[in-house]
Design a protein. Structure first.
Length: 602
C-alpha cells in the first residue's frame, strides 16, 4: 500500500499525456465541433491527411469549433453548417447572419470544385447589392434584379452594384432557424455510392486523382489518439482494480487475524472455565463502568475504569486496546491470574471477551498504587512511616517469591514498579498488571525473549543487552531493588533530561545512609534508621548489574524479615575509574528493542 499515494499523480500524468491527442477522430473520420469530416474533406492541420486528400477540400477548425471553407484568391471564408455525404451537398452560412456580405465578395466568380445548387430550376440570375445602415452590422443586402415590387427594407439603402448571371441563391435550410444559407455541392470525387452502402471512400491504389474505392472502416483504422485513450483507460482501470483488490485483501487479512485471535481466546477460555471466573458481555462492562465514566488511569495496553458490581462491591475494569495486540496479552494476563492465589496478588473477578472487546475485572483499591505513597519522611501527610514501609516491602517481596517458586510454573512479572503495586484498605500491597508476564518451568533459569519489556527505570540491564547476562527471574529482582530504593528515598530514582537522555540515579544519600551519614534522608528515631538502612542495603544487592550477584527473592524475604545487623554493603559498580558515583546514564528507549533470542534451558 506504500505506493498508492502516487496513484492520483499517475492518473494526472496519463491525462496530460493523452489529453491533447484525444480529439474526436479515428482513421476514417475527423471532427470539428459537431461536424463530421471525412473524405474528400480533411482538416489542414492534419499532416497525414494533407498528403493523401484533395487540396481543394481542405477545411479549417476555429477556436470556437466552427468549420471554415476558404478561397484565398477571393478573400472568401464560407462557414459550413452541415455536410451530406450521400447527396454530396453542404450548407453554407454566416455566424453573424450576414451571408450577403460574403456573396458580395464572390460576385459571379466560381468556387471550383463546388457548384451552387437550386431547389427548383438550375438557372442563373441577376442580383443587386445594396448598402444599408443596419443595426446588426450587415451592411450589404441582396435582392433579385428587376423585381416587380419595391422592398420597403431597401427604401433607405443605396445600391452598390448589379451582378449578372450568378449561379447561387440564398435559401432556407430545411429544419433550421437560419434565415440565410446557401447550398453547394460537389461531383468529384464521387463517393455517394460508398455512403449508400454504409462504407467509406478513398483514392484507389493510393493515387491522388482519378478513381475511388469503397472500404469498411474497421477497428484497425482507429487513430493513435483513440488507442492512447483506450490504453489510458486500461491502465487507470487496472490501477483502480489493483487498489480495490489490495484493499479487500487487507480487510480480509485483518478480519481473519481478528477471527483467529477470537478463536484462540475462545479455546483458551474453554480450558480456563474450570476456574469458574465470571464472564461479562461488553454491554455488562459498559453498565458496570456507567459508560466508562470514571477513568482511574491508562497504560500501554489499555485504560482502567472504576465500576460497581453492586452497591457494596467496587471494581477496577481494565479495558484492553482493540487495535493493539493479537489477543496474547489478554490470554497471558487471564491465564497467569488463574494460576495465582496469594494475599499479595490482586484477584481476578471476571473478564470480557465479546467480539473484539476485551476487558479484565479486578477488585478496586481506593488507596490507589504505591506511587501515591512515595514521599520523604518530612512529608507527614503522605509518608506512611518506616514500619509500614517495611511491611509493604515485605509484602511485595512475598508476592514476587510466590510468583517465582509458589506456583506450578514460575511466573516472571517483567513490570515491577510502584504503579503496579496496589494498596488496599489495610495498607497491604497487591501486585497487579500481568500483561507482560511470562510462564516457564521451575527448572528453567533463563527466559526466551526477542524484545525488551517493562517500564523504563525498572528494566534490568540484561533485558536491554545480552552483555550483562541472560534474562531470567533475576530481572524481577532488579526491578524490585529499584522500587525499594525509591521507597527509602521517597522519590523516583529516574529522570529524563531536556536532552532526552534517560538517567538511572544512584544518589549519594544511599552510601551516606549505609555509612551512618544520612544527609538527605531526615530520620528522627533509631528504629527508622535501622529499617531505612536495611531496605537500602537489600535494594543495592537487588540492583547488581550481574544477575548472578543478585539474591533470590526467597533470600530477599529472609533479609527483610531479619534485623539487618549482619547485612554487608554490596560492591558498587561505580568504584571503577571513569564512572560517576552519583548516576549512570542509559540512552532513552522510545520503542521495543530487538534482541537476540535467548535459548531456553531444558
Amino acid at each position: 500500500m506504500n505506493n498508492f499515494h502516487k496513484f492520483p499523480l499517475l492518473v494526472t500524468l496519463l491525462f496530460l499525456i493523452f489529453g491533447k491527442s484525444v480529439t474526436s477522430k479515428n482513421g476514417c473520420i475527423q471532427k470539428c465541433g459537431n461536424l463530421h469530416i471525412q473524405f474528400p474533406f480533411h482538416l489542414k492541420n492534419n499532416i497525414n491527411h494533407t498528403k493523401h486528400y484533395p487540396q481543394n477540400f481542405q477545411l479549417s477548425c476555429t477556436d470556437k469549433h466552427q468549420t471554415v471553407l476558404e478561397f484565398p484568391k477571393l478573400s472568401l471564408k464560407l462557414f459550413i453548417k452541415h455536410i451530406d455525404y450521400k447527396t454530396q451537398k453542404l450548407q453554407i452560412y454566416d455566424p453573424n447572419n450576414c451571408l450577403s456580405n460574403q456573396l458580395f465578395k464572390l460576385g459571379n466568380s466560381s468556387v471550383s470544385p463546388f457548384q451552387f445548387h437550386f431547389h427548383e430550376f438550375n438557372i442563373q440570375r441577376n442580383v443587386s447589392f445594396f448598402h444599408c445602415d443596419s443595426k446588426n452590422g450587415c451592411l450589404i443586402k441582396q435582392r433579385d434584379s428587376g423585381a416587380d415590387f419595391i422592398d420597403p427594407e431597401l427604401v433607405s439603402c443605396r445600391k452598390v452594384s448589379d451582378v449578372l448571371n450568378v449561379g447561387w441563391m440564398i435559401e432556407e435550410w430545411e429544419g433550421d432557424d437560419l434565415t440565410e444559407s446557401l447550398i453547394m455541392e460537389w461531383s468529384k470525387p464521387n463517393c455517394s455510392f460508398c455512403e449508400v452502402q454504409g462504407k467509406k471512400c478513398q483514392w484507389k491504389n493510393g493515387t491522388r486523382s482519378g478513381e475511388v474505392e469503397c472500404f469498411v472502416c474497421s477497428s484497425n483504422g482507429i487513430a493513435r489518439s483513440t488507442v492512447l485513450l483506450i490504453t489510458a483507460g486500461v491502465v487507470v482501470g487496472s490501477m483502480i482494480l489493483l487498489l480495490l483488490v489490495n484493499g479487500l485483501l487487507h480487510i480480509y487479512r485483518y478480519f481473519k487475524m481478528k477471527g483467529d485471535d477470537m478463536a484462540r481466546i475462545e479455546k483458551f477460555l474453554e480450558d480456563y472455565r474450570a476456574m469458574k471466573p465470571t464472564r461479562f458481555t461488553y454491554a455488562d462492562i459498559k453498565r458496570i463502568t456507567n459508560g466508562f465514566k470514571e477513568r482511574l488511569g491508562e497504560g500501554a495496553h489499555g485504560a482502567v475504569f472504576k465500576g460497581m458490581l453492586s452497591q457494596e462491591i467496587l471494581v477496577a475494569v481494565k479495558v484492553l486496546n482493540e487495535t493493539q495486540g493479537d489477543g496474547k496479552d489478554f490470554i497471558n494476563e487471564v491465564g497467569t491470574m488463574g494460576k495465582i492465589h496469594h494475599v499479595n496478588v490482586v484477584r481476578l473477578l471476571g473478564f470480557c471477551a465479546d467480539g473484539f472487546h476485551r476487558a479484565l475485572v479486578y477488585d478496586f483499591f481506593p488507596n490507589g498504587s504505591l506511587q501515591n505513597f512515595l514521599a520523604p519522611p518530612e512529608n507527614k501527610d503522605v509518608f506512611l512511616g518506616w514500619e509500614k514501609l517495611q511491611q509493604i516491602a515485605l509484602g511485595v517481596a512475598r508476592g514476587i517469591e510466590y510468583l517465582h517458586i509458589g506456583c506450578d510454573h514460575r511466573i516472571v512479572h517483567f513490570d515491577i514498579n510502584p504503579h503496579n503495586v496496589l494498596i488496599d484498605d489495610n495498607l497491604s500491597p497487591k501486585l497487579t498488571d500481568f500483561g507482560l508476564a511470562k510462564l516457564c518451568p521451575k527448572n528453567q533459569s533463563t527466559v526466551s525473549m526477542t524484545a525488551a519489556r517493562g517500564t523504563l527505570g525498572y528494566i534490568a540491564p540484561e533485558v536491554f543487552s545480552r552483555n550483562f547476562g541472560n534474562v531470567s527471574y533475576k530481572s524481577d529482582i532488579y526491578s524490585y531493588g529499584m522500587l525499594l530504593l525509591e521507597m527509602v528515598g521517597g522519590r523516583k530514582n529516574t529522570n529524563v533530561s531536556a536532552e532526552e537522555t534517560f538517567q538511572v540515579l544512584y544518589p549519594e544519600w544511599i552510601h551516606n545512609l549505609i555509612e551512618g551519614k544520612d544527609v538527605l534522608v531526615n530520620i528522627e528515631d533509631e528504629g527508622g534508621v535501622r529499617i531505612a538502612k536495611k531496605l537500602a542495603l537489600v535494594g543495592l544487592w537487588c540492583i547488581q548489574w550481574n544477575p548472578v550477584d543478585r539474591p533470590s527473592m526467597k533470600t530477599v524475604v529472609q533479609m527483610l524479615e531479619g534485623k539487618g545487623e549482619k547485612l554487608m554493603a554490596p560492591p558498587t559498580p561505580f568504584d571503577s575509574v571513569g564512572y560517576d558515583r552519583t548516576k549512570a546514564v542509559i540512552p532513552t528507549r522510545h520503542s521495543s528493542f530487538e534482541l537476540e533470542v535467548i535459548p531456553e534451558i531444558e
